[in-house]
Ligand binder design. Structure first.
Ligand SMILES: N[C@@H](CCSC[C@H]1O[C@@H](n2cnc3c(=O)[nH]cnc32)[C@H](O)[C@@H]1O)C(=O)O
Ligand SMILES: [Zn+2]
Length: 429
């Protein structure tokens, strides 16, 4: 057994209280051995956490990580127009090597901002999976299945790819899901059949649901039910499943999401930027829905910093509920850690013995984090990703004193810059 001690800091406990404590990690199993004052010095190697707070690694429960290639490429448009006019044509030109480079850049950004795990829906998933393996993060990956605008033969190969990825990929840190893109971009037959196959493979289903009113209206008009009911009728929304957005859900739908135990991944920045709407997150929390947090792709965010996302969730949550006490600091911190872990099906998100050693160490030695009346408040409202000193996933150090150890950042930035230019010129040719 090789051990790592994180010493001389404070720990954000699972109940969100803060105590002066060390953390001792078994690097062989990737688990936390113990959380206890003074225990860190017994580790074979140490990470210093003086004037720092040890938090669970944040979990980005819904993203499209390779979209870093399209950061700033098309802004200031609503979802449908943005996807059809700009994003899908550019993505049609994307190669597996582009996706691999884009994913590596995105993971560099995640590690730098204390994110240790994520759920990703994209294509060229094996290339993204390789990038995850070498970066050292934890991820649940799936091929986004779209049927809209495709021929029967194309649909067949989309479905095959989606099921093949769910069945064949996977390792210690990489798990999979079946990911039909949304209720309006995938036919009823395909939604029903891929959900059934997901049950046989014992993997979750993940989709975009009710992100905009443009998705709700056609379902209501054609089927006479709201989207959550329709999704149920297709066999979606089991307890292991998780959906992104759920912006336009009524109280009956919220009750249904709570009963079924389906996770909801709130993506506040994307919802604001695409003007998709304000999700009723406080109502979902009150009803007992499991709520996590995600950035969505960077083309609609435009970064992968989960600290920004916590702050955005708190701000828009208060506006949506017309109540300043809604989406309080502990609510958003819980969403970015335990809530996201519960959505995605990770054991991480909590610092306790036996849990995966997925951690971030945040420096408190900064003007914008002074004074320290309430560190949970700082996490939600004042800290940023650049305050993270060290990032650890599965017991391995991915960043030490802001130096990335698993990704050659300069090389990745250069490569993505070149590939992104090339991609855009192909798309616009
Ligand atoms: N196999 C599909 C690709 C699906 S990947 C997932 C898709 O979701 C897209 N996407 C990104 N953000 C959003 C969003 O907010 N809502 C819906 N789709 C999004 C993303 O650009 C990507 O095309 C195909 O052949 O088109
Ligand atoms: Zn998305």
């Amino acid at each position: 057994m090789t051990t790592l001690g994180i010493t001389n800091g404070s720990v954000l406990q699972p109940d969100l209280s803060i105590s002066k404590s060390d953390v001792l990690v078994d690097q062989s199993s990737g688990e936390i051995i113990d959380v206890d004052p003074e225990i860190g010095m017994s580790g074979e190697q140490q990470l210093d956490a003086t004037d720092s707070l040890i938090i669970p690694g944040l979990i980005n429960a819904h993203t499209h990580v390779a979209m870093t290639l399209l950061r700033g490429y098309a802004d200031d448009k609503p979802l449908e127009t943005w996807l059809r006019e700009d994003i899908w044509p550019a993505e049609a030109e994307l190669t597996p090597e582009d996706a691999r480079a884009g994913a590596r850049l995105g993971m560099a950004e995640m590690i730098r901002s204390g994110t240790t795990g994520f759920a990703d829906m994209y294509f060229h998933v094996p290339a993204i999976g390789d990038a995850v393996e070498s970066a050292g993060l934890r991820a649940r990956l799936g091929h986004g299945i779209v049927t809209a605008g495709k021929t029967d033969a194309e649909i067949e190969s989309e479905v095959e790819e989606g099921l093949r990825i769910a069945r064949e990929l996977g390792s210690e840190r990489v798990s999979t899901a079946v990911m039909p893109h949304s209720l309006t971009t995938v036919t009823e037959d395909v939604l029903t059949s891929v959900a059934e196959r997901a049950r046989e493979m014992a993997v979750p289903v993940h989709s975009h649901v009710s992100e905009t009113t443009a998705e709700v209206t056609p379902i209501r008009e054609e089927r006479g039910v709201r989207p959550v009911e329709y999704a149920r009728s297709c066999g979606l929304l089991q307890s292991e499943d998780f959906i992104a957005h759920a912006v336009h859900v009524d109280s009956a739908e919220i009750a249904r999401l709570a009963d079924t135990g389906t996770g909801v991944v709130h993506c506040p920045a994307s919802n604001m930027k695409l003007a998709s709407g304000m999700a009723p997150v406080q109502a979902m929390l009150d009803a007992g829905v499991t709520v996590g947090l995600g950035t969505d792709g960077v083309a609609s965010n435009n970064d992968l910093d989960m600290f920004d996302e916590m702050r955005d969730a708190a701000m828009i949550g208060k506006l949506a509920a017309d109540d300043a006490s809604a989406l309080a600091a502990p609510d958003v911190v819980r969403m970015a850690t335990q809530g996201s872990a519960d959505c995605v099906g990770f054991e991480s998100g909590r610092i306790e013995s036996g849990a995966p050693a997925d951690l971030a160490v945040l420096s408190l030695d900064a003007p914008h984090l002074t004074p320290a009346h309430d560190l949970v408040s700082h996490l939600a409202y004042a800290a940023t990703g650049s305050d993270v000193r060290h990032t650890v996933c599965d017991g391995q150090i991915l960043m030490r004193e802001r130096e990335l150890l698993t990704i050659d950042e300069a090389r990745v930035r250069e490569e993505v810059t070149e590939r992104a230019e090339d991609l855009v010129s192909r798309a616009e040719a």
